[in-house]
Write a protein that binds this ligand. Structure first.
Ligand SMILES: Cc1ncc(COP(=O)(O)O)c(C=O)c1O
Length: 382
């Protein structure tokens, strides 16, 4: 990775700025007459050398081998600071990690307040496979890690936005001989590099802010352990949970603007957090960048930038629907991290949140327009 950053096109010094790293991440060496980012390679089988077979070329069959996917993996790997494998979705990456690493008799600790399909998968499938599943709230307290094989945390957690002190947690997890995996979906590698903070594995949904255009699903796992990488690579080849070449290419293209998109999303989240904090008709506001948020002390030293997502309560499902009807710039939609501002009433999906709980994801609209629109929609429905 550092070797790569020194080789980067036309830049002699080590490249460290976020915008520069995003624009250059994973690009091949320049060659006259070729595009900056090569187009997607669509192939199930590739031509084989009739004499040497698959030994002659890196690509033989599309499930394990695809050059478009490899370029995306080197880009994400550079940003996370590890080796990366991409998956068909965030859920495919997380379930792949859990199934590849855990065996009957193992114990896993999962977030009690994170993305709820992970808990649902654990209770339905992992427990059925003989894995003991413990749940812990992101902000703690955590159980004893004695006898635990893997601890997976989500920080900031979706949708409640609590955070956990990663270096302190990593020390406890490693003292017990367990592995620490961090879901980095909300922060993205520009907001936080879990591998630098002591994690053994990063896992994330690239569907959200990382690719940011609400037009594809993607997941990835990154690690510095050659052994874990090999386990995950074999798992993915065996189960086939790969993204298609076009999605991988779109994701790589979108990565170039990650720094710009996050900058505007964070600025919008800060402006909305300040607006919502001052309103008596909004309760339970959470945004880790607000100095009086319970997550602020850890978030302000751990996160390189605050997320573009905030959560709050509008008192009931009916007010949320009226608010979304009244707003022109806030679309009712699940997911988060996209270019357009969206809001999701999480209880409608069976998440165990209050009926009026809203997760709002800031897009890249002009801050002044977004603040005016949300103010008007709240006023109209107060
Ligand atoms: C924190 C987190 N992890 C994982 C996932 C799953 O990702 P995907 O929807 O790409 O499968 C999500 C989806 O919302 C998420 O919010």
């Amino acid at each position: 990775m550092s070797e790569r950053s020194e080789r980067i096109i036309g830049v002699s010094a080590v490249v460290s700025g976020d915008g520069t790293r995003c624009v250059r991440a994973g690009l091949p060496e320049p060659a006259p007459g070729t595009p900056f980012l090569p187009g997607p390679v669509f192939a199930a089988p590739y031509h084989l050398d009739p004499w040497q077979g698959p030994a002659a070329a890196p690509d033989g069959y599309g499930r394990p081998d695809n050059p478009t996917r490899r370029l995306l993996e080197s880009a994400i790997g550079e940003l996370e600071g590890g080796d990366c494998r991409v998956f068909a979705s965030g859920q495919a990456a997380i379930t792949g990690l859990l199934l590849a690493v855990l065996r009957a008799g193992d114990t896993v600790v999962l977030p009690a307040d994170g993305y709820f399909p992970v808990r649902a998968f654990a209770t339905a499938t992992l427990a059925g496979n003989g894995v003991r599943v413990l749940l812990a709230p992101t902000a703690g307290p955590y159980p004893s890690f004695d006898g635990v094989r893997l601890v997976l945390v989500e920080t900031p957690a979706n949708p409640g936005l609590d955070v956990v002190d990663l270096p302190a947690l990593a020390e406890r997890v490693h003292a017990a001989g367990a592995l620490l995996a961090v879901d980095n979906t909300t922060a993205t590698p520009l907001g936080q590099r879990p591998l630098d903070l002591g994690a053994d594995l990063v896992v994330a949904s690239g569907t959200k802010a990382m690719t940011g255009h609400s037009d594809l699903l993607l997941g990835y796992v990154a690690t510095r352990s050659a052994e874990l990488l090999e386990t995950l690579t074999s798992w993915r080849a065996a189960t086939g949970a790969i993204p298609g070449a076009f999605d991988a290419w779109l994701a790589h293209r979108s990565l170039a603007t990650l720094d710009l998109r996050l900058a505007r999303q964070t600025a919008n989240a800060e402006a909305l957090a300040r607006l919502l904090a001052g309103r008596a008709d909004v309760s339970g506001l959470r945004w880790p960048g607000l100095p009086d948020d319970p997550a602020y002390p850890v978030a302000s030293r751990q996160l390189r930038r605050m997320p573009g997502v905030l959560s709050f309560d509008l008192g009931g499902a009916e007010r949320v629907a009226r608010f979304l009807d009244a707003a022109s710039l806030v679309a009712a939609a699940t997911s988060f991290g996209g270019l357009h501002t969206t809001a999701d009433r999480r209880a409608q999906w069976g998440d165990d949140t209050a009926p009026g709980f809203v997760r709002l994801s800031c897009g890249v609209e002009d801050t002044v327009d977004l603040v005016a629109d949300v103010t008007a929609a709240l006023d109209a429905t107060a």
